[in-house]
Design a protein around this ligand. Structure first.
Ligand code: BJW
Length: 232
């Protein structure tokens, strides 16, 4: 541990699974109930905004029924106690890292509790449904959409993420299938710059073979144990 200073952590849907939020690609996951092409592309939104708004309105409302779990809490502890640099990047659009006490979370795929104006580009904290097309408070256009990153769109803050990966001593991927780029490529990016790489996931993922070490199990058990190794 003595040689590790800068850590980049990437989380995916698996870290929120034990809180009761569906993952995407597991059996019974979101993509079994909804076709990706119908709800998670700009084309789908242009074709059927009501369907897409309804999908995200329901997921936003469901956030009120879930709580952070031991894995979110352990990462918040690590953020508080790690004496060097740490960047927590999540692909998740839920707010469970923040509610567990993490103070700085980079939401590369956006956030359910945020709206984006398709007319002027302004982003707002947002709690209510968007289905009834409320006006943007900046420009007045009834063009608010979920502030999430769909397929074909560019994830947020990529420059900051790649800069952190380039100087990371340790890259840790938690609860993600490694099926979606650019996040799936972070392990290679970090390794190419000399970082050690660790995966914590329920099962071996599509990218497991890229990691120096892959541990299998529930995030609620693996993550607190790993955090204890780091700061205990
Ligand atoms: C547990 C557990 C427990 C369960 N404990 N673990 C061909 C080749 C390469 C790339 C492309 C290609 N064609 C198109 C592309 C690009 C495309 C892409 O990757 N497509 C793939 C399908 C191939 N990517 C994009 O379009 C992205 N943009 C882009 O590339 O822009 C260009 C650019 C990039 C960089 C710089 C400049 C330009 C955008 C991708 C947007 C993804 N959006 C979504 C929806 C967000 C909103 C929403 O939530 O609805 O993001 S899709 C969905 O997948 C969501 C997730 O964040 C993302 C990843 O899913 P995740 O988190 O990995 O979930 P699962 O379900 O897949 O996995 C869960 C894992 O947890 C499993 O492994 C379980 O085992 C595990 N697990 N319980 C621990 N208790």
């Amino acid at each position: 541990m003595a040689d590790i200073r800068s850590i980049v952590i990437l989380t995916g849907a698996g870290i929120s699974a034990e809180s009761g939020i569906d993952t995407f690609r597991d059996a019974g996951g979101l993509w079994e109930k909804h076709r990706v092409e119908d709800v998670a592309t700009p084309e789908a939104f242009a074709r059927n905004p009501a369907l897409v708004q309804g999908f995200y309105d329901a997921r936003r409302a469901a956030l009120a029924t879930v709580e952070p779990n031991a894995a979110h809490e352990a990462l918040a502890r690590l953020e508080r106690e790690w004496p060097h640099e740490l960047l927590l990047v999540t692909q998740n659009v839920d707010d469970l890292h923040e509610r567990a006490g993490a103070s700085s979370v980079l939401h590369m795929h956006g956030a359910l509790r945020s709206a984006l104006c398709g007319a002027c580009g302004q982003r707002f904290p947002w709690e209510e449904p968007l289905s009834d097309a409320p006006p943007c408070s900046a420009c007045g256009a009834p063009a608010l959409r979920p502030d999430v990153v769909w397929f074909g769109e560019v994830p947020y803050q990529m420059d900051r993420i790649f800069a952190a990966l380039a100087k990371a001593d340790l890259f840790v991927s938690i609860g993600t299938s490694g099926a979606v780029y650019p996040a799936a490529g972070f392990v290679n990016e970090a390794a190419a710059h000399g970082a050690r790489t660790l995966e914590l996931n329920l099962e071996r993922s599509e990218g497991s073979h890229w990691f120096d070490e892959s541990r299998q199990g529930r995030a609620g058990e693996l993550v607190p144990a790993w955090v204890e190794e780091m700061v205990g």
